[in-house]
Design a protein around this ligand. Structure first.
Ligand code: NI
Length: 191
């Protein structure tokens, strides 16, 4: 496995809509090795998720995993999930003002409204059908990653730019209040 370089904001690959894969392409040794690299790179960078175009491969694959993440200590755990050709559909209008960061946008965080209840359709890395519902902060993470595949960054969805902050100012100014809101959300929707 190889740890890949992560593209930073300003590189056009992050603004490119990633293309769908066929099942045959997905099952090819090249793409399967790429998925191993994507997961390895996400782990190495302590990311909660990583989209293929963040490592310069414009295909519709993203990996998501939260396991006691030091970048996001308040996040509920999410088991390792690989989404291929994902389609997300909001189930209702309920939203949560999520404080987000991104490996492609170093040292910046900001508040992004996200849907709280989502229907997820995708393939897993073997081409098996994923057809499920996700909630809460997990739903926020799925939306952040699938946005990447559409060439969007969380910054595009920040409504109030006065919420933008560095990671150290997030810790000092916003973390405790945000962690309280997360705990209330998790208590209500379970993730
Ligand atoms: Ni990101």
């Amino acid at each position: 496995m190889t740890i890949r370089k992560i593209a930073h904001i300003g590189h056009p690959i992050l603004r490119t809509r990633a293309r769908e894969l066929t099942r045959e392409e997905l099952l090819s040794p090249g793409i399967q090795t790429f998925i191993d690299d994507l997961i390895e790179t996400m782990h190495d960078a302590d990311g909660a998720g990583l989209a293929a175009n963040q490592v310069y491969e414009p295909v519709r694959i993203c990996a998501i995993e939260v396991r006691n993440n030091p970048r996001y200590p308040y996040k509920p755990n999410i088991p390792l999930t690989v989404l291929v050709n994902p389609v997300l559909t909001p189930i209702d209008d309920e939203s949560f003002d999520n404080f987000e960061g991104c490996l492609s946008v170093p040292n910046l965080r900001g508040v992004v409204p996200r849907n709280v209840h989502l229907h997820v359709k995708a393939w897993d890395r073997q081409g098996g059908i994923i057809d499920s519902v996700v909630h809460g902060l997990t739903a926020c993470t799925f939306q952040h990653e699938v946005d990447h595949l559409d060439g969007k960054l969380f910054l595009d969805r920040v409504k109030d730019t006065s919420t933008l902050c560095t990671w150290s100012e997030f810790e000092r100014q916003h973390r405790d209040a945000f962690a309280d809101r997360v705990r209330a959300l998790v208590a209500r929707v379970g993730s």
